[in-house]
Design a protein around this ligand. Structure first.
Ligand SMILES: Nc1ncnc2c1ncn2[C@@H]1O[C@H](COP(=O)(O)OP(=O)(O)OP(=O)(O)O)[C@@H](O)[C@H]1O
Ligand SMILES: [Mg+2]
Length: 275
């Protein structure tokens, strides 16, 4: 069986829609016949369980701290989609030490075998757990809105991931856009900065519109893919899932290939105030 692909849903700024996208992307892939493991990687402030109205028993923290069997934590939410939940209000989990990183990686490797995709929803920011989840992924999906602060923070995250050798490959997802023109223009700003200062050629995986169906689904604690499958947001996420399945990867794994990190052009000019 082929190794599962790890996709990390990540952002610099908080509240840009990572968890909504991770949950709905996981459902879209499952609807398209793929076996998916959705991991709540927001280890200290878990939200996947809230968006899906799940009753959580065992969490990642229980597995690491109390040695509970990882399989006991899995919650099936669709015939082809399982959730590995995290805990909320456990601050020490936000800064995952190297010992726990090793344990978690080992645990994920074992758990992920039957799946084709592992979707990792991270916390926002530059915490050690966020950087680590990105480092073990085949692809980082950097989520941003068109808000200049979100864009600046997306650039900062990409920069840190690139320079600290924590990142491999990036795709950008614009969330909450008015239309494709706005998404493209916003992406071009980010891509130009990443090319000029980091030597990266970013790709825009897709854009999800600002859609009231998303907020309604959050209130109902359901994926919008199920509560409003015809909504613009649901259609956009289905397109994202199609594109993810069409991506091709280098032969070697993310930790052994320099990937885009190798293309740094250095820092001849200052990259402050670039967005
Ligand atoms: N495309 C969208 N259209 C309308 N509202 C949206 C959209 N995406 C997200 N939202 C709103 O933004 C809120 C925050 O989304 P979400 O919790 O997924 O963000 P996050 O990036 O995971 O936040 P955090 O950084 O705190 O984990 C949602 O509760 C929803 O109301
Ligand atoms: Mg979240």
């Amino acid at each position: 069986m082929a190794e599962p692909k790890y996709y990390c849903i990540t952002s610099g700024k908080g509240g840009v829609g990572k968890t909504c996208l991770a949950v709905n992307l996981a459902f879209a892939l499952a609807h398209q016949g793929r076996r998916v493991l959705l991991v709540d990687g927001d280890l200290g402030l878990a939200n996947v369980d809230v968006l899906l109205d799940l009753e959580v028993g065992v969490t990642i923290w229980d597995i690491l701290d109390r040695g509970i069997e990882p399989e006991a934590a899995l919650i099936s939410v669709h015939p082809r989609l399982d959730v590995l939940p995290a805990s909320s209000g456990v601050p020490e989990m936000a800064n995952l030490g190297s010992n726990d990183q090793g344990l978690l990686q080992e645990m994920l490797r074992g758990l992920a075998t039957p799946y084709q995709y592992v979707i990792l929803d991270t916390a926002a920011g530059l915490g050690s757990a966020v950087l680590w989840f990105n480092s073990i992924s085949d692809l980082s999906l950097v989520v941003t809105t068109t808000d200049p602060t979100a864009l600046t923070d997306a650039y900062a995250l990409i920069k840190v991931l690139t320079q600290s050798h924590h990142g491999c490959c990036f795709e950008v997802v614009l969330n909450g856009v008015q239309d494709d023109k706005e998404a493209r223009a916003t992406f071009e700003t980010l891509a130009a900065a990443a090319h000029r200062f980091l030597g990266l050629n970013l790709e825009l995986l897709g854009a999800v519109p600002d859609d009231p169906a998303v907020k309604k689904a959050v209130r109902k604690q359901m994926p919008f893919l199920q509560s409003a499958p015809q909504s613009k947001a649901a259609q956009a996420v289905i397109k994202l899932a199609d594109r993810l399945q069409g991506l091709s990867f280098p032969e070697t794994g993310p930790t052994s290939t320099p990937g885009l990190r190798g293309q740094s052009l250095g820092h001849k000019a200052s990259d402050t105030n670039l967005i």
